[in-house]
Design a protein. Sequence first.
Length: 78
Amino acid sequence: MQHQPIPEGIFKPKPTAIETKQDATTRAARQIIDGEAAERERKTERLKQARLAMQAVEAASPAARSPAKKRTGRRKQA
């Protein structure tokens, strides 16, 4: 004798209205946090590429640096 399979969710308790609101809030917060993290990663990668390009240009022309400024002594007050 075979029994029919029990449909899923038949014995699961239904969430209350408060739990449903909390789940919606949690999902929204996670979406915002994940979006900000992805944006931060893109910005970090863009800045890293710019820094590496700048370092490559500086390494190619080290003579382009300006000479160090001479420091003058303190003025004497009369």
